[in-house]
Design a protein around this ligand. Sequence first.
Ligand code: AMP
Ligand code: ZN
Length: 144
Amino acid sequence: MVPESGGIVPRIMTRGRDGLSHAAAPAYTRGMSCLFCRIVSGEIPAKKVFEDDDVVAFEDINPQAPLHVLVVPRAHVATLNDLGDGHDRLVGVMVRRAAAIAAERGVAARGYRTVFNCNGDAGQTVFHIHLHVLGGRALAWPPG
Ligand code: AMP
Ligand code: ZN
């Protein structure tokens, strides 16, 4: 899949509390070109396993393990680098939802993995943050 942003799309720079400039997620990707915004809105179908006011979780289209669900915020945030202080609660909601899904699928005790890929070296291909929840088999470490 071709990355939807990451260098090509012009970024709006904002100055955070740390005094550094941060790239703001481009507002015009919301509901337009962003694949996961379109899944969140229902414009593109997905096998949703959970949704509430904060997040949507759905089966990965190319599963890498018997359990492979993506937990996605409704709000568009392109990468982990674009998170700010105001997102702390949302990230907590995402992580706790991942744990709840692992429990529902019966892998919590055996073990599972949660992964946020960020930018090119990590292989991020969809530039709307998502937490992978992988389980149901022994997972190799270190990752490739
Ligand atoms: P990442 O490489 O971390 O950006 O992960 C993106 C994930 O999104 C990959 O595991 C893809 O298989 C998955 N993906 C891409 N398109 C879809 C889709 N339409 N529905 C569900 N998962 C998707
Ligand atoms: Zn989005």
